[in-house]
Design a protein around this ligand. Structure first.
Ligand SMILES: [Zn+2]
Length: 200
């Protein structure tokens, strides 16, 4: 992790309350890491999963993050947020990307372990990204969804030093022991990985 840690400017100190509006990425890591309700990826909207659906952790200090796991929800965007917010569901992901416009919601802090892989080792070492849609309905995999998801994945890879290749950006179907098939045969991995490589 290579987060910039600028000292607060005199102007910022004087402005006091305005400090709260500073993007997360600009805050000192120790302070920012203890906060909830603040996104790790600036374009994302915070939409908290229930605290019963994740494991509080101090990643990447206690667990190395070396994978991004790609999912498809089999559920609407709103339905997925409701599931993540229901403490009885015992499931979550760090991010959810909306089909129509590529809007990104963050539901679990990257420092915490989200429950998406069905495999504790892979949960602890990964950032999970859900995509609104159904594996058998490729029309949900829009240009906007591919583009915005690829920007998100590129950001995660850059921030944790994860290689942008298919050994490190994997589908849920590739998690050992899983019975899930997502993102499925209609997910265009060549297109996606090209976009990840091109994202700035
Ligand atoms: Zn999945």
């Amino acid at each position: 992790m290579d987060r910039a840690r600028p000292l607060p400017s005199r102007r910022r100190l004087l402005k006091g309350a305005a400090f709260a509006a500073v993007p997360y990425a600009l805050l000192p890591a120790g302070r920012a890491g203890a906060r909830t309700g603040v996104v790790d990826y600036a374009p994302a909207e915070w939409q908290a999963a229930s605290s019963e659906n994740r494991t509080a952790a101090g990643r990447p200090g206690d667990y190395t993050i070396d994978r991004v796991i790609i999912h498809v929800t089999q559920q609407s965007y709103a339905g997925t947020l409701s599931i993540f917010q229901d403490p009885k569901k015992r499931v979550s992901a760090h991010y959810l990307v909306r089909s129509a416009d590529g809007h990104v919601a963050q539901c679990v802090r990257e420092s915490d372990v989200a429950w998406h892989a069905g495999n504790w080792d892979y949960n602890t070492r990964s950032v999970g990204i859900e995509h609104e849609g159904w594996v058998e309905k490729p029309e949900y995999f829009t240009d906007a969804l591919y583009k915005e998801s690829a920007r998100l994945t590129a950001s995660v890879c850059d921030r944790y030093g994860i290689p942008k290749d298919r050994n490190h950006v994997i589908g849920h179907v590739e998690v050992p022991g899983t019975d899930h098939t997502d993102p499925g045969k209609h997910w265009d991995w060549v297109r996606y990985m090209t976009l990840v490589g091109q994202a700035d």
